[in-house]
Design a binder for this molecule. Structure first.
Ligand code: GDP
Length: 370
């Protein structure tokens, strides 16, 4: 087994990755002791090697690390943890920006042109997606490979579609870790895209510094975000499709939204969300949008809210993970599983009140101190 340590940068703990250096791909048979014809074994990079390549800017290593993070296989999870641990001191330096809007608002068109605009100005951009549909239907509203064609060909940009399957909670855990990996790989602007159809905006809001809501005028409902409270969590609103004979309607929508935001409690202290008119199609309003984003980041840096927000988000993330993991480990414990099955049968038969049954099963692990 080779020792990778001498080639590792100083921040990688000594001996890290030794145990993983010669792992094979799953499903590939190990070579027999003395094969007449050498068996080809495709080596999976050890976590330390993956981490090293990732921070050196190797895109395929980044993609691989994300796949590891997205996997639920226990072995992958421990490898993923190693990678995250090794690179985490390189993370945290980016601008994390959420982008939401109803399907058809123009999110992918906007990200394509805005992303190109940012790359032209020297930003290194990662585009991630949180797609609630992938867990519900197996389908995907976001992350279609044909989207953002120009952007996906740029070296300064890394696009990662949403992970398929899994509950939104699972996707969230992975997206947060994916953000860290992208930051460690040197991406200084992270766009997290989600669809304005429910809980996913709240989820994305809890992992970004700045939240941009993309809206459209004249859909008979300037209140697209108001009903669901999405406007309340936005730091910036951009009304898209301000082109052709739609310009007047965008102007009216903008005025209405400005009125609405003037009486809402801002999500970010002392920041009234600006309402912009943009046209992704005509590439208009990009400069203004970037200027407002810059102004926003200056504001939260000066007020200290950025630091506080990230600390709060980290705590929230940690609590969520502990709760999620507790639940998973609790119910997968064989003793709990058999006891739970017995108690469920008793509840169904009306023999035991659920509250008593809950106490009984919990007492097996953590007795109530009272
Ligand atoms: P998404 O579902 O939010 O990602 O929306 P898309 O980016 O797929 O856009 C939906 C439709 O709106 C597509 O037909 C786009 O060509 C169109 N579209 C997007 N941006 C603009 C724009 O600025 N102006 C006009 N007129 N159409 C746009």
């Amino acid at each position: 087994m080779s020792d990778l340590s001498p080639r590792l940068p100083a921040w990688v703990p000594p001996g890290a990755g030794k145990a993983f250096a010669c792992r094979e791909m799953p499903g590939v048979a190990a070579p027999s002791p003395a094969p007449a014809v050498p068996t080809v074994v495709v080596a999976r990079p050890a976590p330390a090697e993956l981490a090293e390549r990732l921070v050196a800017g190797d895109r395929s290593a980044l993609a691989r690390a994300i796949t590891l993070v997205e996997s639920n296989a226990p072995r992958h999870r421990s490898d993923a943890r190693e990678v995250i641990e090794m690179v985490s001191n390189r993370a945290g330096q980016s601008r994390r920006i959420g982008i939401s809007g109803v399907p058809g608002a123009g999110k992918s068109t906007f990200i394509e042109v805005f992303g190109n605009y940012l790359c032209d100005r020297g930003r290194r951009l990662a585009v991630l997606a949180v797609d609630p549909s992938s867990s519900l239907s197996g389908g995907s509203i976001l992350g279609d490979k044909t989207r953002m064609e120009l952007l996906s060909r740029r070296q300064e940009c890394f696009i990662r579609p949403s992970p398929a399957g899994g509950a939104l909670g699972g996707v969230t855990r992975k997206t947060r870790e994916t953000i860290l990996l992208c930051e460690a790989a040197g991406y200084d602007t992270i766009l997290v895209e989600t669809v304005g159809v429910g809980q996913s905006e709240i989820t994305v809001r809890s992992m970004v510094d700045c939240f941009l809501l993309l809206m459209i005028a004249g859909a008979g409902d300037e209140l697209q975000g108001i009903k669901k409270g999405i406007i309340e969590i936005a730091d910036l609103i951009a009304v898209n499709k301000a082109d052709g004979n739609n310009r007047n309607r965008v102007r009216a929508a903008r005025a209405e939204l400005e009125r609405v935001t003037s009486f809402l409690n801002p999500f970010t202290t002392d920041w009234r969300p600006p309402v912009l008119a943009v046209s992704a199609l005509e590439r208009e309003g990009l400069k203004e949008t970037w200027a407002e984003i810059n102004r926003f980041f200056t504001h939260i840096a000066e007020s200290g809210e950025q630091t506080e927000r990230r600390k709060h988000q980290a705590l929230e993330w940690w609590r969520g993970l502990v709760e999620q993991e507790l639940r998973t480990r609790f119910f997968s414990d064989p003793r709990i599983a058999s006891e739970a099955a017995r108690l469920e049968a008793e509840i169904l038969a009306g023999l035991k009140p659920p509250s008593i049954a809950a106490e009984e099963v919990l007492d097996l692990i953590i007795p109530n101190p009272a």
